[in-house]
Write a protein that binds this ligand. Structure first.
Ligand code: ATP
Length: 197
């Protein structure tokens, strides 16, 4: 079974960009965000748990997820955010392990915005934090998502563990400031993980 490696980083840090570099090196990458969305629409056990917690309105008549209903339910309601997370995170954790066991690679990556925030590191062998200064992260996010306001971006940042704390908890750090090259940093970690196997 492959070594399990998490790759995290706050909004706009560049974790998706870095994950692409590993993917080009041939490393299988699991996107927790994409997979969570898929599981909420397709995993029967998770769907039942969501229906039990939020009501039958959580799914439409064609049995697809009622995104606008759920978004409205959790909107500025921290308890409901906790409830949905307590259902989705374990489902993703389980799904990741199943997926990982099917990969033929010395290691695999789980790309997730929240790892340390949810205790996800316990199920991983190593975690990489993609680290960037706050100002740059906000600027990149606003450039990428013009529909978001700076206030909304700051709200998301406040729900995430500060970058300095993630750096302390991480096994590897990739610095993604504008003057740092990403590929050499990724290659160094790649060599290390391959040697560890
Ligand atoms: P999110 O948590 O919002 O998904 P992320 O951590 O996955 O963010 P990316 O999507 O990889 O971050 O990067 C955010 C934006 O910044 C993207 O538009 C990306 O192309 C850009 N970006 C990332 N790193 C750099 C860099 N070193 N130089 C220039 N642009 C960059």
């Amino acid at each position: 079974s492959p070594i399990l490696v998490g790759i995290t980083g706050g909004i706009g840090s560049g974790k998706t960009t870095v994950a692409k570099i590993f993917s080009i090196l041939g490393i299988p990458v699991y996107s927790a965000d994409d997979r969570a969305k898929w599981l909420m629409g397709n995993d029967e056990e998770l769907k039942n748990q969501i229906k039990n917690a939020f009501g039958s309105e959580s799914y439409l008549s064609d049995s697809s997820l009622n995104r606008s209903f759920l978004a409205n339910e959790v909107f500025s309601n921290p308890d409901k955010v906790k409830t949905i997370n307590s259902l989705v995170h374990p489902a993703v954790g389980k799904d990741f392990l199943t997926w990982a066991s099917q990969q033929n690679s010395p290691y695999v990556l789980k790309e997730a915005a929240l790892i340390f925030e949810t205790g996800g590191e316990k199920a991983l062998d190593y975690v990489i934090n993609v680290s960037s200064p706050l100002k740059i992260r906000i600027a990149r996010t606003l450039m990428r998502d013009p529909h978001r306001s700076e206030e909304q971006v700051n709200q998301i940042i406040n729900q995430q563990l500060p970058d300095e704390q993630k750096n302390k908890l991480a096994d590897f750090i990739i610095k993604n400031t504008d003057n740092k090259l990403l590929i050499p940093q990724a290659l160094k970690i790649h060599q290390h993980l391959i040697a560890a196997k």
